[in-house]
Design a protein around this ligand. Structure first.
Ligand SMILES: [Zn+2]
Length: 363
């Protein structure tokens, strides 16, 4: 009797212990808690930081960062070593390219699963090489080019095409350096032009170099909005009247012709929808954008939107912040406007990245 009794006590205790252990491992453990912290960039490198707040009651098997040039985060960096809870961990990624936005998130794995911090991003700053300062002295026909590193002086022949003040163009038959030939618009007797003379303490950040639309200094003013160096705005942003719509908009001076071209097609063109011919103009319900200094999606963690350069426009925003499949929606107004007006006028369409309202110039 007493032997049976003690056996059942032992069995009961065992069952109790097993239950406690099971409850603990099933219910009292969880995935780790991890946060993505910040990134510091230096030239082509970036140091990513994350922190594990809680191991979830299990050992951390693996932790590190996922990263890449899109939110797919194709790359992975696994860290080794023991985890200190609430103490940031970091790693450095290398070989990054100027002007490119990278995305990253911290992760940690325990036996319960994998936990991720938020996806964050940073853009590798573009090194700003100031244009050469060229001075031309007429009597000796000498040109001096100084790009800050090298100084060269040569006797040259200059041909002034048209009115110099009006066109800012000078043909140089024997350029002092290749850089001069590559940057004819800089051959001016007014070196105070351009972003290198901006008040950098007020506008400390430099945008990426955006092809013929160049770059500017700016500052963040909250809510994803930015304020651009007013000198750049004064020199580059112009007001035009869009044909057909007859609305005034602000665009980059080098984008002006493309906007007028697109809206001339819209003013004069038609499309067949459901067997009926309709004017292209009737497909535009709303128009927004053009020059709006801001980050992508008004998110200051993202890069600058091309709206900041005055080279993008949003049409029919209400139901077009999405991808349009032309096979399924061949009568979609924004698809028709893309084919008949914006594409022939040199624009690209945001549809490929799920933003069918957005048309922009890339050059
Ligand atoms: Zn847009």
């Amino acid at each position: 009797m007493s032997k049976r009794f003690s056996l059942s006590v032992v069995i009961s205790i065992l069952i109790l212990l097993i239950s406690v252990f099971t409850v603990k491992s099933v219910y009292l453990t969880a995935e780790p808690a991890v946060d993505t912290v910040q990134a510091h960039t230096k030239e082509s490198k970036a140091t990513l930081e994350g922190v594990i707040h809680n191991t979830g009651g299990k050992n951390i098997i693996r932790y590190g960062f996922k990263w890449g040039t899109s939110q797919e985060l194709d790359e992975e960096k696994i860290l080794s070593g023991t985890v200190d809870v609430n103490k940031p961990f970091s790693t450095t990624i290398t070989g990054l390219e100027e002007g490119i936005t990278y995305y990253y998130r911290a992760f940690a794995v325990n036996a319960k699963g994998t936990a991720y911090g938020d996806i964050k991003s940073f853009t590798v700053p573009v090194k700003y090489n100031p244009p050469p300062v060229v001075t031309i002295t007429s009597p000796g026909k000498k040109a001096t080019a100084n790009d800050g590193a090298k100084k060269e002086q040569k006797t040259i022949t200059i041909t002034v095409k048209d009115d110099l003040k009006k066109t800012n163009q000078v043909a140089v038959s024997n350029p002092a350096t290749n850089k001069i030939a590559a940057a004819p618009n800089r051959i001016l007797s007014t070196p105070s032009r351009g972003s290198s003379y901006t008040n950098k303490s007020k506008y400390p950040r430099l945008s990426k170099y955006n092809g013929s639309f160049e770059q500017f200094y700016y500052r963040d003013i909250g809510g994803g909005a930015i304020e651009i160096d007013p000198q750049w705005v004064a020199e580059n942003i112009v007001t035009i009247k869009l044909p057909g719509l007859n609305q005034y908009v602000q665009v980059h001076k080098n984008a002006k012709d493309n906007f007028i071209q697109a809206f001339t097609y819209i003013k004069n063109g038609t499309a067949i929808i459901n067997g009926r011919q309709v004017p292209l103009l009737s497909l535009i319900k709303t128009m927004d954008g053009t020059f709006v200094p801001r980050h992508v999606n008004w998110n200051s963690a993202k890069g600058l939107s091309n709206h900041s350069w005055g080279i993008a426009i949003d049409i029919n925003a209400a139901n077009h912040f999405r991808y349009i499949n032309p096979n399924r929606e061949p009568d979609d107004p924004n698809y028709i406007l893309w084919v008949k007006a914006f594409k022939p006028a040199g624009f690209s369409w945001g549809n490929s990245y799920g933003d069918a309202m957005h048309y922009e110039l890339v050059k």
